[in-house]
Design a protein around this ligand. Structure first.
Ligand SMILES: CC(C)(COP(=O)(O)OP(=O)(O)OC[C@H]1O[C@@H](n2cnc3c(N)ncnc32)[C@H](O)[C@@H]1OP(=O)(O)O)[C@@H](O)C(=O)NCCC(=O)NCCS
Length: 168
């Protein structure tokens, strides 16, 4: 497995990854699996943001296949220049429990440090992800009730975590 900053060459792999994770039940923004065109538009937007310096998209590849991804989104305004959000951490269903998410998170934390970002925040509706954050030094702040709609249209809670980075 190798880690890299995402490029347009990863678009097809990212589309497949996102669609597989949502089809598998991930609550990462969609209530139903996005069409290939919608998924592609989403990732194109992310890469455009990355090109403008407003986010970093990391991909994990196994050979030519994209098996994982995650994003660092720095707070844009001056009083948040030490802060960033982590988003869209995804690992292909058949590639889980091999340490890929842990490696992607380490890469994102390194990128945050390089960018002078020492306070990270994220939210998750996933018990598996919550466990990952707990074992990698994140602090669970609490739950927001009724935050995001599930596949039945029911508003489910999300859990907020934060992490203060130390020097590497
Ligand atoms: C959450 C997710 C990213 C984890 O990816 P992963 O590559 O399987 O995670 P890792 O192998 O790096 O796991 C690292 C640690 O996290 C914890 N963990 C990960 N998945 C877990 C699970 N299903 N149940 C319990 N603990 C889990 C374990 O402590 C694990 O260490 P271990 O395998 O040595 O016990 C993956 O399940 C996923 O993509 N889920 C769907 C998308 C999603 O919900 N993303 C989170 C958005 S905030």
């Amino acid at each position: 497995m190798t880690l890299a900053t995402a490029s347009h060459d990863d678009l097809d792999g990212l589309v497949t990854l996102l669609r597989a994770c949502v089809a598998d039940g991930a609550s990462v923004g969609w209530v139903a699996t996005p069409s290939p065109a919608d998924a592609r538009a989403f990732w194109r937007g992310c890469l455009a943001e990355q090109g403008a310096g407003r986010r970093r998209v990391v991909v994990a590849r196994d050979g030519d296949r994209v098996v994982g991804t995650g994003q660092l989104i720095p707070a844009p305004l001056p009083n948040g220049r030490h802060r960033a959000e982590i988003a869209k951490l995804l690992v292909a269903p058949q590639a889980r429990r091999r340490g890929i998410a842990r490696a992607v998170m380490t890469a994102l934390e390194d990128a945050a440090r390089d960018d002078g970002r020492r306070l990270l925040i994220l939210d998750t509706a996933s018990a598996a992800a919550a466990r990952l954050y707990e074992v990698t030094g994140w602090t669970r702040l609490g739950d927001v009730p009724g935050y995001a709609l599930d596949t039945r249209g029911v508003a489910e809670p999300t859990t907020i975590f934060f992490k203060q980075l130390r020097d590497a």
